[in-house]
Ligand binder design. Sequence first.
Ligand code: TXA
Ligand code: MG
Length: 349
Amino acid sequence: MTKVVRVSPDNPDAHVLIECARVIKAGGLVAFPTETVYGLGADAFNEEAVRRVFKVKGRPPNNPLIVHIASLNQLGEVALSIPERAWKLIRWSWPGPLTLVLKRKEDLPQEVTAGLDTVAVRMPANPIALKLIELSRTALVAPSANLSGKPSPTTAEHVIQDLYGKVDVIIDGGETIYGLESTIIDITAEPPEILRPGAIPPEAIERVLNVEVRVRPLVKSPVTGRMRRYAPRTPIIVVEARDYSDLRSYVRRVKEVVKKNVSKRLRVAVIASLETCQHYGDLGVGVKVLSLGSRRDLFSVGRKLFKVLRDVDRLNVDIAIVEGFEEKGLGISVMDRLRKASCYNVVKF
Ligand code: TXA
Ligand code: MG
């Protein structure tokens, strides 16, 4: 049985969260909102609960989990020897959407870090998340609360779609703010390396550290048969431009790709920016258009991205053609997710 409870993020009801903390302490699983996406929480020091998290998500055991903490005291319970650079980022961004990869403490169960000698840690900013961790009196593992391979959940409804009946509690705290997962940085690398671009753009981190950081390049999956990630059921083609300054000619290119698929008698959806979405209205019956946010506000694009990737499955189309975005700032994170969601099915002009 799964219990769904509503909690206001502005003024979280302590009684409800005390109940949820009890569930965590008893080895249960509680899905909760963070400022990035919903997480599936369990006691990081309870091996059995951690194993259940992997099982419920269908997650491969070699993919480590992020440990979520609510105080700097808790950092010492999971990580060792924190370098000065890490403190700089912690002071600047916590609580907030930055995950640091640090040397792990022995006490942490092996399952959490999938056998690695490092641990990924973050302090989320959502008041419900913070309060839940605090009341649980333990660090929580919290992978995104979706079935492995699906788009991450940005509403409780998304969590219900994937995990209802499989977890103990789902806390509905409304829509998440960023809609993209935390940025993960390996701060012990020289130069520091972003392992997953996310809600905090690399440029902001560079300004704080005053050093250049590497963004781990996207490699087209070298392992054959590797799972699609962030992916709706609907197949996706991403249409990228080398340069998005001439939007008119870019839209013409996207339309060519749409027409090619329509001529194969496929039912097509277009996922486009606010600036360009009205230009796909004349493609004839059957072509459906979903809009992301504005190209001038990539925050709004990131925020809606996973929701739109889930919505497209309800349109009953055979394929979705998705516009690309300039790879700067949050655009780097948006393109990371889109390329993965498409399984690198990318057309570039
Ligand atoms: O915003 C977020 O980070 C969300 C919310 C719920 O906090 N959580 C999240 O967790 O995205 P998950 O499990 O979906 O993604 C965690 C990522 C995985 O790609 C995993 O490989 C990486 O973190 N990771 C975890 N521990 C690591 C480590 N020790 N070294 C390198 N990568 C690690
Ligand atoms: Mg995930």
